[in-house]
Design a protein around this ligand. Structure first.
Ligand code: KG4
Ligand code: ZN
Length: 411
């Protein structure tokens, strides 16, 4: 087998068709992401059938572009990595089928990667990129600390806390906490839709929250109780359905459906609906109901042209409460588990307030904290290729009958 460490990663678990070439899990040669935002925006969420169709359209040109931008041919690769779950079954299958065919036709090993492990490796890839400039390639594999890290994966489909530790280069994960209902990104998207903002909602709320009063609406997260009817059952999330809730420490459990309802109640109480509907009509009319032509506001004047102050205050308060809850549980878990290093990743990790407050709190507590670059926070294939590198070296190849596992657990 070639030992150049060049892995082609393919990711199609949700609404981005992505391919990337990464060398030894440490150096990104190319990373191509074809977003389906325009397709799903008019529905305010991902439509699974449309996602599969768009992946089918995009997969060949996206993989070709990744190879071209990396300046390599298929024959130069050391392996092909693909996301096998969790995610949308039909969407996952497009990537898996194509990756299998590429691997088979070119006699390359195929490595199956868990999407959540990919998100965690987005941070590790970033750290390696940062250090590799100063080190020779052969030393890159040994720069990592053996210390366990607490990883918060916070995206549109997931809000999971893992204790992650490398054993002989291969990372192992223990689930410590997760959401019992909506993921944090899902709450962002639903609240944004309710307020007539663009899709996905995260970047809109992130941009607008800066111009509102974060303490105007006192949203509260109650301490999670393990409800009797939930004990032992899988949660209602579309993400990994793993250990029964009863086995997890309830201090590290999340719930975001309550705040979504609280925002809805506030909107109704303050008769903000007509204003939100008018805003949605304004934003989406410009592009036949697809992706809004307008970008999220950058200045207070732009923000006020889009939303009255009452709405800006509501947005700021929502975000302040969500970030506060993510922090409270993550730092409690770090303290309880003795983790000195925190990794925050996934689409919501792109959020400015989240980055600033997590960083400040980590400094205050003397903990290390790391985030991926913004482009690596949301779904991409570089993170999949990076996660596959230790598995390729360990000879952990996918079985011939690899299939999509929409509820794949991370271990
Ligand atoms: O990781 P990702 O691309 O896909 C999933 O695996 O779900 O995450 C997408 C999610 C969406 O819910 C989106 O609203 C959210 O990440 N997001 C953000 C920001 N950018 C994306 N949430 C808050 N602030 C942001 N800046
Ligand atoms: Zn993701």
């Amino acid at each position: 087998m070639k030992e150049n460490g060049l892995i082609l990663g393919i990711e199609t678990s949700c609404d981005e068709t992505a391919a990337a070439v990464v060398e030894r899990g440490a150096h990104t040669l190319s990373s191509v992401v074809a977003s389906q935002i325009a397709t799903h925006a008019r529905y305010g969420g991902v439509v699974p059938e449309l996602a599969s169709r768009e992946h089918l359209r995009a997969i060949v040109p996206v993989v070709r572009a990744a190879l071209e931008q990396a300046g390599i041919a298929l024959a130069d690769l050391n392996g092909v990595a693909v996301t096998s779950g969790p995610g949308l079954a039909g969407a996952l299958l497009v990537g898996i089928t194509y990756a299998k065919a590429l691997a088979f036709a070119n006699d390359l090993p195929l490595i199956a990667v868990n999407h959540l492990e990919g998100h965690i490796h987005a941070v590790l890839l970033q750290e390696r990129e940062n250090t590799s400039a100063a080190k020779a390639p052969k030393h890159r594999d040994s720069v990592e600390s053996e210390e366990p890290a607490l990883a918060l994966v916070v995206s549109g489909g997931h809000t999971h806390l893992y204790l992650a530790r490398p054993v002989d280069d291969v990372w192992h994960y223990s689930l410590m906490g997760r959401t019992v209902d909506d993921a944090a990104g899902e709450a962002y998207d639903k609240v944004a839709k309710l307020l007539g903002l663009g899709y996905p909602g995260g970047p809109w709320i992130d941009a607008l929250a800066r111009f509102g009063d974060p303490l105007a609406v006192p949203f509260a997260f109650a301490q999670m109780k393990t409800k009797a009817h939930l004990a032992g059952k899988a949660p209602r999330t579309k993400s990994a359905k793993t250990a029964p809730i009863a086995e997890l420490d309830r201090r590290f459990m999340f719930s975001f459906s309550g705040i979504k309802t609280a925002v809805l109640r506030y909107v109704e109480l303050n008769q903000m609906r007509p204003e939100a509907e008018a805003r949605a009509a304004r934003l989406f009319a410009q592009n036949d109901g697809g992706e809004p032509a307008v970008k999220p506001p950058q200045t207070k004047d732009e923000a006020l042209a889009l939303c009255p102050q009452l709405t800006l205050d509501l947005i700021a308060s929502f975000q302040h409460a969500v970030v506060g809850d993510l922090m409270k549980k993550t730092f409690a878990a770090a303290e309880t588990l003795g983790a000195t290093r925190i990794l925050v990743t996934g689409g919501v990790a792109a959020n400015r307030e989240l980055r600033a407050r997590f960083t400040a709190e980590s400094e205050r507590r003397g903990l290390q904290i790391a985030f991926p670059a913004l482009a690596l926070s949301t779904d991409n294939a570089a993170m999949i290729a990076a996660a596959a590198w230790p598995r390729l070296r360990a000879g952990e190849f996918a079985p011939d009958d690899l299939s999509a596992d929409p509820a794949l657990a991370l271990k």
